[in-house]
Ligand binder design. Structure first.
Ligand SMILES: *Cc1c(COP(=O)(O)O)cnc(C)c1O
Length: 341
């Protein structure tokens, strides 16, 4: 397979159109057989449920070329399960897990020429999503849906080296108590745009959102979960019903415990204890972990001892171990690596 002539190491995180995408339609209560198609455009009713009432959910995962030349994805079954939870919460039909994993495999294999080579630092980002397509004017769930998955090559996240982030404690909330914070729905991102644009305008990289009920506990950022390392070496992550359950964060906790022998805790984390933390990182598919150097709470600066120039030592070990597992340099726990070819 001849790879595309792409400058892999200088790719950013943007959309690059690839050749094939997977599509399946839901109508009259059933999914059709699905197929790979060429057309990247979608034509739908002006009154489609997704356009009027934002009935849309998505997932994000990556395909990698491993050290020994296989193309693999990382725990796609968990993306399928999370999409099932998102679908149920928004009254959408479930795209079956086996079919989800098969759709991912097909779209990656069909775009093999765009899977970045081992060692380039780049990866193939896969975006499965589903939306209500038939006309809906009274507020109710659509009856026809489309499931799609496309992929796009993305560059190394830490191009030009690791730069720890400066984040602010946000006055905006991202999720209501008993709301939709725990599902991956477009609506959670639409309402975060103003908060992130204003954070950037004020010189911050990200927002730290607090629990919307009491505004005393740490939740997450707009698109990544927090992981902290305490000064006595424990790995701590916030527990809350309104946090999106990051697959990266769940995998890192397992790695911390089972590979690195660290003590791990999933518990409520108060804003008032951040001064006791040695390291802080943001976990998600895009970066695996990006280190946070400074948290600003309304003028009060909390500087993480790990500093503003590199990853803290525990963050680095976690990052190296998980990326080693993903790239096939370190033996993976059973079921984590899904080989496509
Ligand atoms: C997708 C997402 C994450 C990260 O999840 P991963 O499965 O690790 O990619 C974290 N927070 C939010 C709000 C997200 O949408």
């Amino acid at each position: 397979m001849e790879k595309k002539n792409i400058d892999w190491s200088n790719l950013g995180f943007g959309y690059v159109e690839t050749e094939k995408r997977y599509v399946s339609n839901f109508k009259d209560g059933a999914w059709d057989n699905g197929a790979l198609i060429d057309d990247p455009m979608i034509t739908m009713s002006e009154c489609a449920g997704v356009l009027q009432y934002a009935q849309t959910i998505f997932e994000g995962l990556k395909a990698y070329t491993t050290e020994d030349g296989h193309i693999v994805t990382f725990r796609p079954d968990l993306n399928a399960e999370r999409m099932e939870a998102s679908a149920k919460r928004l009254e959408m039909p479930v795209f079956p897990k086996e079919r989800f994993v098969e759709a991912i495999s097909q779209v990656v294999a069909a775009n093999e020429a765009y899977v970045p080579p081992y060692g380039s630092g780049a990866t193939l980002y896969i975006r499965p999503y589903m939306f209500g397509m038939n006309p809906v004017i009274g507020v109710k769930p659509a009856t026809e849906y489309q499931f799609r998955a496309f992929c796009t090559p993305v560059g190394p996240y830490f191009k030009g080296g690791v730069k720890p982030l400066t984040i602010r404690v946000s006055d905006f909330d991202r999720a209501a108590p008993n709301g939709t914070g725990h599902i991956k729905a477009g609506l959670n991102y639409a309402m975060s745009l103003h908060a992130i644009v204003s954070a950037h305008a004020e010189g911050y990289d990200e927002n730290m959102y607090l629990d919307p009920g009491t505004r005393t506990k740490v939740e997450e950022t707009g698109g990544a979960n927090f992981l902290f390392v305490t000064k006595d070496g424990k790995v701590v992550t916030p527990k809350s019903d309104s946090i999106l359950p990051s697959i990266t964060r769940r995998s890192l906790l397992y790695v911390a415990k089972e590979y690195l022998g660290l003590e791990v805790e999933e518990r409520e984390v108060y804003l008032s204890e951040l001064g006791d933390m040695a390291e802080c990182g943001l976990c998600g598919t895009a970066a695996v972990i990006s280190p946070v150097g400074k948290i600003v709470d309304h003028g009060k600066e909390i500087c993480l001892p790990a500093g503003m120039t590199e990853m803290g030592p525990t963050t680095k070990k976690l990052y190296d171990t998980l990326t080693g597992i993903q790239m096939g340099r370190i033996e993976a726990p059973k079921g984590w690596i899904h080989v496509i070819k």
